[in-house]
Design a protein around this ligand. Structure first.
Ligand code: ADP
Ligand code: MG
Ligand code: ZN
Length: 494
């Protein structure tokens, strides 16, 4: 069924604010950790007392350069800072220091993988440095608003995308990619819910096939992936319905109300779109030498896409498998901690380790709702398990049993390894032909009815015999040898 909705496509550009994990704030020596008790990490500079002078934190420049280089941006060697003026109770200075006409990084891109597995390039318009404002706390009491200035001056970068995004799913994937790169670079903890990343979504809709962009609205301060997706969906619907009913979209800043999944206009402050930007008079021009850019480039930690590519080659994984593992940096680190401990450097063993990680370990993480940091088993014991499967010492089904039982071991690696050694003894695969043949023969003689039926054409009973034989061997028989001997014995009796 077609709906009016189908005639339109959304055009979306995201602005992502990410807090940089520097020791100190952007322009003063206060610790940048805003989790401290309210109003303890403040000084005359970040509070904006008259006569104070800001000093640029070089760590912030390094962070911004890393992100720019990792997202294929050009770097502007000479940039200046600007004042963005507005009044708000949590901004005691009356302005934020930011970059306006000369962002440090510009014209980059990232690649995202779409649902249909194709790759789409999303342009990055600019990445600039700025400082955060304070935080107003409204939910403490009904009549009062409290202000915490710890966030004032906390260093941010703002990453602005081109309007290249055409669905809420693409927006999700783009935001995921940006978060992933930030975390890989070690410059942000990727925690949207705690506010170390925030997202503004610019949205317009147009009739499919139109070249011209529609008028956008801007939804401010989305603080979770779910809210980004839901807010975009709600705003697409609102704009489409407005246009379909003969109305016109006009530029507004919007807020998203997660409770009833709607977007609505914000009031006053955000609408005043004249920030009276002017060059920050208290800071000199920033010159980033070509040598410095080259140095940051060579010291760049491996970004996720490069790691995926390396891992497909090094461990004989498919692109999809490698991408699944590198989606979260701690997962990729854990997998590579396993591979570094493997006795066998065979591609087959790497793949077995990948299967244990992607299937068994991730299932436990889901079930227990924990991150890999709290997963009990050490990479070393997982490596031993993968080696044992690869060498045929234990069967795949026995390895799952061993994995499950290991989870009851203690947290020390030594305990886990000693338990593992006992379990391998217990489940060691029986590959000796004579031993298995004995079991096969006894199973066949105990099930003579089924043997007759098999011989008169019911070939699917083979699975029944295999099950009985595996059961009789307590799962230890090597399935390949079981199959061979079963067929041999059934045919011989013919
Ligand atoms: P501002 O600073 O006022 O928010 P920008 O020029 O920095 O304005 O644009 C902000 C974002 O809006 C960018 O991500 C850009 O891609 C996006 N954008 C611009 N025009 C449109 C449009 N017509 N529809 C959707 N997004 C748009
Ligand atoms: Mg904006
Ligand atoms: Zn300060």
């Amino acid at each position: 069924m077609s709906t009016p909705y189908d005639k339109y496509e959304p055009v979306i550009g995201l602005e992502v604010h990410a807090q940089m994990m520097t020791k100190t704030k952007a322009f003063c020596g206060c610790p940048a950790d805003f989790h401290a008790p309210p109003n303890t990490n403040v000084c005359p500079v970040c509070l904006g007392h008259p006569g104070v002078l800001p000093v640029l934190n070089s760590e912030l420049v390094d962070c911004a350069l890393k992100m720019g280089l990792a997202t294929n941006c050009s770097i502007r060697e000479n940039t200046i800072f600007a004042r963005k003026n507005y009044f708000y109770p949590d901004l005691s200075k009356g302005y934020q220091i930011t970059q306006f006409e000369t962002p440090l990084c510009f014209e980059g891109h990232v690649n995202i993988r779409l649902r249909d597995k194709s790759v789409k390039k999303i342009g990055i318009t600019r990445i600039h440095m700025e400082e955060d404002a304070g935080k107003s706390i409204h939910d403490f009491s009904e009549n009062d608003t409290l202000v915490d200035f710890n966030r004032c001056g906390v260093p941010l970068i703002e990453i602005v995308s081109e309007p290249d995004i055409n669905s809420s799913d693409e927006a999700y994937r783009y935001l995921y990619k940006i978060r992933q790169i930030l975390v890989y670079l070690g410059i942000n903890d990727g925690n949207l819910e705690e506010g170390s990343m925030r997202c503004d979504a610019n949205i317009s809709v147009r009739r499919k096939g139109d070249e011209e962009l529609g008028t956008r609205t801007e939804i401010k301060n989305l603080n979770s992936f779910k809210n980004v997706v839901d807010a975009i969906e709600a705003e697409m619907k609102r704009q489409t319905e407005l246009i379909e009913s003969g109305g016109k979209v006009s530029y507004h800043t919007m807020t998203y109300n997660a409770k009833d999944k709607t977007t609505s206009h914000t009031r006053s402050k955000e609408e005043a779109h004249d920030y009276r930007y002017f060059p920050e008079p208290d800071l000199v021009r920033l010159h980033v030498a070509a040598g410095k850019i080259a140095q940051v480039k060579t010291s760049l930690p491996e970004p996720p896409d490069a790691r995926t590519l390396r891992m497909t080659g090094q461990y004989a994984l498919t692109e999809a498998e490698a991408e699944e593992i590198t989606a979260e940096k701690p997962h990729a680190d854990f997998y590579e901690a396993i591979t570094s401990k493997l006795g066998s450097k065979d591609p087959k063993t790497y793949r077995i380790a990948s299967n244990i990680f992607r299937v068994d370990i991730k299932r436990i993480l889901n079930e227990q709702k924990i991150g890999i940091g709290r997963f009990l088993l050490s990479p070393a014991v997982i490596a031993r398990l993968a080696d044992a499967v690869s060498a045929g010492e234990v069967s795949a089904s026995a390895s799952r049993e061993i994995f499950a039982q290991l989870l009851s071991a203690g947290s020390s690696e030594a305990e886990q390894i000693s338990m593992f050694d006992d379990l391998v003894q217990k489940y060691r695969q029986v590959s000796g032909e004579s031993e298995i043949e004995e079991i096969v023969k006894s199973v066949l003689s105990q099930n003579s009815n089924e043997v007759e039926r098999y011989k008169s054409g019911e070939k699917k009973l083979a699975a029944f015999f295999v099950g009985k034989i595996m059961q009789a061997s307590k799962g230890k028989a090597n399935p390949r040898i079981v199959n061979e001997l079963l067929i041999k014995n059934l045919e011989v009796n013919n």
